[in-house]
Design a protein around this ligand. Structure first.
Ligand SMILES: [Zn+2]
Length: 361
């Protein structure tokens, strides 16, 4: 069986934005991720959308993952939102995977604060697992150092040694802002590689999901490093900035001079082969490069639909074996930093040697 049969990208979207994918049978069956965090932003959404009828409201019939709002809560710590709210919502909503309520460490937190938040996150996972033994609850690994990541995985393993799914949180801001962690001397890519290897070492059979890492240049690196799954909200955002996605490439803007939001590359004839291979519901309306680009220029809708299809199906254009994918990354096909990160050896440290005591959770 191909390594790709276990690979999956979830299209992220808020519950209250128009569900434009639901009009296309090619898209409505793709995996989607939405978040209870929408109810932290707008409490009325818990009643109107985040209920037993959620799937119909979104117009989707494929796999559905529900995030618990941990990230939204960290942005708005005074919100009334606890593991009890999450638990009640999980009880009501039909979905395939529920993300445990994680408490992401803030960048200003010191080591003591971070370990406290990791403990609290693991305790939330334990509570949810106890209440819903028949549902898939996904714990989330956090940490700013290798020791913290190892500590977090060890705590999760002490509650559930073989979870079906395990998430890794908080890695994408590192890539977006190119921020180096204070305790970490190497690149963000090598930190992420360390996180993936640590989690894979502890949970050999679990499916690993990396939050926010479903982009066309990031996701292949995640899979080369041992992940199975990621999500992306980028498909709508990129369309809003006037740009489109292509497999294994960075996003391409359609018009030079448009508000580019950091998008440097303009779609040109060098992208024609990739674009003409696209079988999305928009591209199949035209069999010329010019025709397809003019469809993209026409509307946000067309760009969004193309981008959703590309994100959800990007691995159809990847190398056919895992070894070939690894070679592509090692040879710099996704950039020099990923090439270095995938080649780095992994050395497991011992949590106890760093003075972090696991103790009772
Ligand atoms: Zn397309």
């Amino acid at each position: 069986m191909s390594y790709l049969s276990n690979v999956r990208v979830w299209l992220g979207q808020s519950v209250d934005t128009s569900s434009i994918c639901s009009d296309y049978h090619e898209l409505k069956s793709l995996p989607f991720l939405t978040s209870l965090g929408c109810a932290i932003r707008r409490p009325s959404l818990r009643k109107t959308h985040l209920n037993a009828d959620l799937r119909r409201k979104l117009g989707l019939n494929g796999p559905l993952m529900i995030d618990s709002g941990g990230f939204a809560l960290s942005m708005n710590p005074s919100a009334r939102w606890s593991v009890r709210h999450v638990s009640d919502a999980i009880n009501e909503i039909p979905a395939d995977i529920f993300v445990s309520l994680d408490i992401p460490p803030h960048k200003t937190d010191n080591a003591k604060d971070r370990i406290r938040k990791i403990r609290e996150s693991v305790r939330n996972y334990e509570l949810l697992l106890e209440r819903f033994p028949r549902k898939v609850i996904m714990p989330v690994v956090h940490g700013r150092t290798q020791e913290e990541v190892e500590c977090c995985t060890a705590m999760i393993a002490s509650i559930s040694p073989t979870p079906a799914w395990i998430g890794i949180g908080g890695v994408v801001p590192l890539l977006q802002r190119r921020r180096l962690l204070a305790e970490w001397g190497a690149s963000p890519e090598s930190f992420i590689a360390m996180c993936l290897r640590t989690v894979r070492l502890q949970f050999r059979q679990s499916r690993i999901h990396v939050f926010g890492a479903g982009g066309t240049r990031t996701f292949p690196a995640m899979v080369a490093l041992g992940a199975n799954s990621a999500d992306s909200i980028g498909w709508r955002q990129a369309a809003g900035f006037g740009s489109i996605f292509l497999p294994l490439k960075s996003q391409r803007i359609l018009s030079p001079g448009a508000a580019s939001q950091g998008v440097r590359k303009v779609l040109d004839r060098d992208d024609a082969v990739d674009l003409m291979r696209c079988e999305c519901p928009i591209c199949i309306e035209s069999n010329t490069f010019r025709g397809r680009t003019s469809l993209f220029r026409k509307s946000f809708h067309n760009r969004s639909i193309h981008n959703a299809w590309v994100i959800g199906n990007q691995f159809l254009r990847w190398p056919k074996t895992r070894a070939e994918l690894s070679s592509l990354v090692q040879e710099g096909g996704l950039g020099a930093q990923w090439a270095v990160a995938v080649k780095q050896p992994h050395s497991k440290r011992t949590v106890r040697s760093m003075g972090i005591r696991l103790g009772p959770i």
